[in-house]
Design a protein around this ligand. Sequence first.
Ligand code: SAH
Length: 372
Amino acid sequence: MTENAKQALVNLLDLDESGLREFFEGIDEKPFRATQVMKWIYHHGVTDFSAMTDLGKDLRQRLGSLACITLPTILKQQRSNDGTVKWMLGLPGGNAVETVYIPEANRGTLCVSSQVGCALNCSFCSTATQGFSRNLMTSEIIGQVFLAAQALGHERNGKRAITNVVMMGMGEPLLNFDALAPALNLMRDDLGYGFASRRVTVSTAGLVPMIDRLRESVDVALAVSLHAPIDDLRVQLVPLNKKYPIKELMAACQRYVAGRNKCQVTFEYTMMGGINDFPEHARQLVKLLRRVPSKLNIIPFNPYPGARYSCSSPERIEAFKQIVMRGGLIATVRKTRGEDIDAACGQLVGKVRDRTRRQAAHNAQLAGQASA
Ligand code: SAH
């Protein structure tokens, strides 16, 4: 099949249950075909129409000419000493993204990317250094879960390896809402992966209007990358704070949990030595978060080449944690995982050959200008 003909096919991984039902209605088939196809794809891992035996031969053939089930390609799989697994996935157009699996005693978390690169330019994140290339499609988001589930199999005592999904990979998920929402539906849907609402988390740098939209669209857990308790400091770390300052962000978080049973917001706080790790910051954080049902996730800063920050000392992290806990917050320090394979928070980069070359040419040009 030619590239053009392939592009005209509908990738069924781009459609959630309602999208699939519409698709089947659109080709004069019964909408319940969506149920059958979803079970094949998400429960049995089947991507070949000819193997979907309850569809009837004619329909299987028709699907072959109208639709496809196309996944990203695995370019590289690395396994850390601590069991963390990282995949680099290739996408059409030569882009790449990373997905990370983090096994723990009682759960297995898959960290999923939402964009190639990121446009938010947070000053402490390595993904920011590569700039923004493009949004992922729904198929490329849910495809990360599909590929990881397949690669991991039932490797944990016969149980499902992935118990939780966090949208904490590359990109800002809420800036890719239209592709994200159907992917979240597929994660939650019993015909998809059937994860409970607390087990799917969307992490955001704080896009206030989109937090409201998420609340209205799909029932998942919310994490907010806070990193500072006051606007002056937060603006330096998360430039988006200029547009949506802390007060508005907190109000959106309160709206998110309002009326929801047992719902709380996770606030992420990356500890950077001499920047946001003073006792005063911990006290300010207590005041700020007391009004929102929440827990604080303290993340030791992970260094990367060219980073302008360093990690707070273990003593400072512990002192910070003690203050917030005495203030009544629930706080945990995230254990850094997968460091030996650069799979830790803020270390994900989808090295794009083309872009890297462009960057090298740009650097050479600058060097030339400097020496001229
Ligand atoms: N854009 C979304 C999703 C990315 S999540 C968001 O901002 O929430 C990635 C998490 O890792 C965020 O909390 C981010 O702030 C954090 N992070 C980024 N760079 C880091 C680094 N170098 N060390 C530790 N955490 C980092």
